[in-house]
Design a protein around this ligand. Structure first.
Ligand code: HEC
Ligand code: HEC
Ligand code: HEC
Ligand code: HEC
Length: 463
């Protein structure tokens, strides 16, 4: 495995680095240089540091595929069908991306493996490496080759300028994205800047295959599901070909910023920071920002209560919203699972692209909307109205796909469509040819040989 040697001190000092060193030598603050090359403010702000560290307490997470095996069919052919968990505390971000079956197995001989771009939203070492290697140079590296370079997890310098408490977006693609939707970071109020620092990572993205897999936030036409779909359709982009239905698929990923952006709360100036890291009071009665970024309901008293008086009523309201959204999502999923298999039956019976085009496009668009709603963690709380609209349209599109397919199947005299048993994760994975036990073994070997021997302990946290 080729080891990079690009520590800041090994390079010719840039004017910026020089300024930084002078700043430290002159003892302006007593701060140290962090391993990501920025001036570390942690020592100067113990309350923020301690609360930042405390996200380690949020170690619980759920297995999404076990909770809902339909996902395995919908994501068949993509690595999401192998393993997918709900998010947990920031302190686990590096370890979780290192340990999941989706990323981080040594590339097979002659294969390129996964792009280093998968590090981008886990660590301030990503913007450092982007600075050192160039955006494309960084993305062209293999994910595992940069593993030993990753020493920090979602840290001060991901949100604050080096050596200061001033907010910033160190990721160039995130700065560009905010400008694309006419919300350039520099021109925003401190409140919106707070949301945008979260929006560096809590947004949907894809890797640009024609540009060494650099991360891109596809907001050229705007950041709604329709706008992003238009962008992907115009570029005839797809992430993978679905092995069952042959649909060129799109994948949405945690579009929290997008949904919040259009919500009632955003209009009121209530941001991610208001709800997930609200103000706290220290033992001397002094206010500070609680950096234990957590679910929002634990903070009801310090964040919601000013506007929503009853915690019990809010709990009930959220439970109802969650049920409503999940029920609609289930309708889409059941329709789409059938549609994928009906398309397969049509192909097997000799259907051609001319016949199949409308149905396949409906599957693509329906699953995109479903994913854009459901891969956003907490849409029922962030923007339930958008969730309803997305899922209603996804239901319409999936029904339209099935009605086209039913005509094609009739024309082709297909009377029976095979739908496999997907009543558990194991059965669903078996249906799409995923051997979890084998993947786990491969992963275990990689963890023992590579992560445990050569990577920073931050990559083992929680394991
Ligand atoms: C995920 C983003 C994020 C990370 C990581 C982060 N901060 Fe902050 N920080 C914020 C936000 C947002 C605010 C609030 C800004 C506002 O509302 O004006 C803030 C405020 C502050 C402030 C101003 C005083 C206060 O409490 O409001 C200090 C000091 C600070 N952070 C220090 C740190 C330190 C030290 C670390 C690392 C241990 C850190 N931050 C990590 C986002 C972050
Ligand atoms: C550098 C990228 C990055 C930034 C910046 C970032 N996050 Fe995260 N966030 C993540 C990742 C990655 C996870 C999932 C970690 C895991 O599951 O291992 C996560 C998880 C979370 C969770 C789930 C916590 C839990 O215990 O369930 C919340 C809530 C959250 N982030 C909110 C925020 C907020 C609010 C901000 C801005 C103040 C923010 N994040 C900034 C990357 C980031
Ligand atoms: C009005 C308050 C509010 C705002 C604003 C808000 N959230 Fe949330 N968020 C919630 C609630 C409520 C949940 C559901 C989980 C809970 O707290 O019970 C949630 C869930 C989440 C989760 C999933 C946590 C998990 O473990 O399942 C993430 C991640 C998240 N929010 C990130 C963000 C980001 C990023 C923003 C800003 C772009 C944001 N939120 C804005 C209230 C809010
Ligand atoms: C600055 C005031 C304010 C704060 C703080 C606030 N909200 Fe709200 N919230 C509102 C208003 C106003 C509405 C719209 C009226 C309504 O539906 O109650 C709303 C609506 C909602 C809705 C319904 C959303 C919809 O579109 O139907 C939920 C859920 C919600 N809030 C949850 C929360 C939670 C949870 C918190 C704290 C983590 C919180 N809010 C903090 C003002 C606030």
């Amino acid at each position: 495995m080729d080891k990079l040697n690009v520590r800041p001190s090994m390079k010719i000092m840039s004017p910026l680095n020089l300024k930084l060193w002078l700043f430290i030598l002159l003892g302006a603050s007593g701060n140290a240089v962090a391993t990501d090359g920025t001036t570390d403010i942690a020592k100067s702000y113990p309350k923020q540091y301690k609360t930042w560290e405390a996200t380690q307490e949020q170690s619980e997470r759920e297995d999404v595929l076990a909770n809902n095996p339909r996902n395995v069919i919908l994501w068949a052919g993509s690595s999401y069908a192998k393993e997918y968990h709900t998010p947990r505390g920031h302190q686990f971000a590096v370890a979780d991306v290192s340990h999941t079956l989706r990323t981080g197995v040594a590339p097979k001989a002659g294969e390129k493996g996964l792009s280093a771009s998968c590090w981008t939203c886990k660590t301030p070492d990503a913007p450092r490496l982007i600075g050192e290697l160039g955006f494309e140079g960084y993305a062209a590296k293999n994910f595992t080759d940069l593993g030993s370079e990753i020493k920090n997890v979602v840290y001060c310098s991901d949100c604050h300028e080096s050596g200061s408490e001033k907010l910033t977006l160190p990721r160039p693609h995130a700065r560009d994205a905010m400008a694309k939707i006419h919300q350039p970071f520099e021109q925003q109020s401190a409140t919106v800047q707070g949301a945008q620092v979260c929006g560096q990572c809590h947004v949907t993205y894809y890797f640009r295959p024609e540009k060494s897999n650099v991360v891109n936030i596809p907001w050229i036409f705007g950041n709604s599901a329709d706008d992003i779909e238009k962008y992907y359709d115009t570029r005839r982009f797809y992430e993978w070909i679905h092995p069952i239905s042959k649909t060129p698929m799109l994948k949405a990923r945690h579009p929290e910023y997008e949904h919040w952006n259009r919500s009632k709360h955003a209009e009121l100036g209530v941001t991610c920071v208001t709800c997930h890291m609200p103000e706290a009071i220290d033992e001397n009665g002094k206010a500070f920002t609680n950096h234990k970024v957590d679910k929002a309901m634990p903070y009801f008293k310090s964040s919601c209560k000013g506007c929503h008086s009853s915690q019990e009523k809010m709990k009930q309201r959220l439970t109802n919203l969650k049920h409503e959204i999940n029920a609609k999502a289930k309708d889409v999923e059941e329709l789409l699972v059938k549609a994928h298999y009906e398309a397969k039956a049509a192909w097997v019976a000799g259907a051609n692209w001319e016949q199949m085009n409308d149905a396949i496009m409906d599957i693509r668009h329906s699953q995109w909307r479903w994913d854009f709603a459901m891969s956003s963690h907490g849409i029922y709380a962030h923007n339930p109205e958008e969730g309803r609209q997305l899922l209603n349209k996804a239901i319409e599109q999936a029904k339209s796909a099935r009605s086209s397919l039913s005509k094609i199947l009739k024309q082709l005299k297909v009377e029976h469509v095979y739908y496999p048993d997907i009543s558990s994760k194991a059965k669903a994975q078996q249906a799409v040819g995923i051997d979890e036990a084998e993947l786990v073994l491969e992963k275990k070997a990689f963890i023992e040989e590579e992560i445990n021997k050569h990577w920073d302990p931050v990559a083992q946290r929680g394991y």
